[in-house]
Design a protein around this ligand. Structure first.
Ligand code: ARG
Length: 467
């Protein structure tokens, strides 16, 4: 059989020394991880090359062994990338598939590669390298999404829309301000990604099975060759630890939760009832029966993918919960959760970036809605405090009566006549009308971080510099 995998009844060629027979078929089925951990082939080969190079430098293997090992591993990388490598379940995982093939290619020298290491530190290394690269991809994807929001915020720093609490019209805001709320959210996610990269930036290789190794290895050398800041400090922790995977999943879950809120708003805003936005054809689908429909499928799927991603976090937390130190095979269940969450998150971020850049903002509909629902009632109350010196609670009460009257008459606050307003409270004068429009309401909110266009522009400038 290809790659030197053993035949049915024989014991495993990698660890079978004390075994008289091979595993039961079910054992092989539950034990093998190759179907998913082959994704780690590049990290596995890079890690092995760094390890072999260090072993030779330290005089633990010969330079000729090293050269054969490096050449063999390079050939294997080529075979995997060309699709000519045969993966074998009998060889369990990527580590043993690669090593068995190396033995086929170079013979005895292959057996020296595993000196001073174990699959426990090897898998910790491969997976850490993969998660680190994925976190960097996430960081880039978040930067793209943030800059899409900045573009829309700049265009719409003055576009008024209703702001909501409890999804009830609250006070007018600008669409730019709303976009910048997402910039803050995804900006925090990007910071969390960066912290996660900092936390995991320690090299596990050389911890060996759990106790370190009697060989005179140089862990600082492998750490720097593999782009890590430093080696890990405790060999037991090193092979027990999957915090880097949990941190990736936590960051992914929080980001996905943010994306689901955006997705939900897109779904609501694109309904004919709201009509705040129009999705591009590129990010929506039609109905096979109702010709008038345009469905926000991409947004709905982003909303749903949050379920998978959050589920992956809970799954791995549960795998790790209660595990004794150091390595246990339970930990093999870490990879599929991370791979699945990573794929879902990458797709969700890309879809949302595309949607945000493509959607049409219906400024007319937003403006119309911004003025409905007595959204400037707080401005009326604030005017009474500022201009007539009333305590806010009293002003609130008077405003409530004005809203009740407008409701009865079926008009907006600014459509009430001065006589009607004076009848509610005689301190009211003509000046009141200057604060009852949505534009005036928005422009007045100049407090730091408020919705006034000047504030929104200041926040956009801050983020443009920070990106
Ligand atoms: N495939 C294993 C995993 O993903 C590699 C480590 C196996 N170590 C062991 N002692 N059996 O966790």
């Amino acid at each position: 059989m290809a790659n030197g995998s053993s035949d049915n009844q024989a014991s495993n060629q990698m660890w079978g020394g004390r075994f008289a027979s091979g595993p039961d078929a079910i054992m092989e089925e539950i034990n093998a991880s190759i179907d998913f951990d082959k994704k780690l082939y590049a990290e596995d080969i890079t890690g092995s090359i760094a390890h072999a190079t260090m072993l030779a430098k330290q005089g633990i293997i010969t330079e000729s062994d090293r050269d054969q090992i490096v050449a063999g591993l390079t050939t294997i990388r080529g075979e995997i990338e060309a699709g000519t490598f045969t993966f074998s379940r009998k060889l369990e995982d990527i580590h043993m598939n690669v090593e068995a093939r190396l033995a086929n290619l170079i013979g005895a020298a292959a057996g020296r590669l595993h000196t001073a290491r174990s699959r426990n530190d090897q898998v910790a290394l491969d997976f850490r390298l993969w998660v680190k690269a994925e976190l960097k991809r996430t960081e880039t994807a978040l930067t793209k999404l943030i800059s899409a929001f900045l573009t829309r915020a700049e265009e719409h720093a003055e576009t008024v829309m209703p702001g909501f609490t409890h999804l009830q019209t609250a006070q007018p805001v600008t669409f730019g301000h709303h976009c910048m709320a997402y910039v803050e959210m995804f900006g925090r996610d990007r910071e969390r990604v960066r912290h996660a990269i900092e936390h995991l930036d320690e090299s596990p290789i050389g911890a060996a099975a759990l106790a370190g190794t009697p060989y005179p290895i140089d862990r600082h050398m492998t750490a720097s060759a593999l782009g890590f800041r430093e080696p890990t400090r405790n060999s037991i922790d090193t092979v027990s630890d999957r915090d880097f995977a949990l941190e990736f999943l936590s960051v992914a879950a929080i980001t996905a939760t943010h994306l689901s809120r955006l997705a939900e708003e897109i779904v609501i805003w694109s309904t004919p009832q709201f009509g705040f936005i129009r999705l591009s054809d590129a990010f929506s689908t039609g109905s096979s029966i109702m010709p008038q429909k345009k469905n926000p499928d991409a947004a709905e799927l982003v909303r749903a993918k949050t379920g998978r991603i959050n589920g992956s976090l809970i799954a791995l937390l549960t795998v790790m919960k209660g595990l004794p130190l150091a390595y246990s095979k339970d930990m093999q269940e870490d990879k599929e959760q991370v791979f699945d969450a990573a794929e879902s998150l990458e797709l969700a971020l890309a879809a949302m970036t595309g949607m945000m850049l493509d959607l049409t903002v219906r400024t007319d509909r937003m403006k119309e809605a911004a003025g409905s629902g007595y959204s400037t009632a707080t401005d009326l109350a604030d005017w009474l405090v500022r201009e007539a010196g009333l305590p806010f609670r009293e002003a609130h009460h008077i405003t409530g009566r004005a809203v009740a009257l407008a409701e009865k008459r079926g008009c907006t606050l600014s459509e009430l006549t001065l006589d009607e307003l004076k009848a509610i409270n005689p301190v009211i004068n003509n000046g009141i009308y200057s604060v009852l429009t949505v534009e005036a309401s928005v422009a007045s909110r100049q407090s730091f971080g408020g919705t006034a266009p000047s504030q929104v522009r200041a926040q956009i400038a801050y983020w443009q510099k920070r990106l």
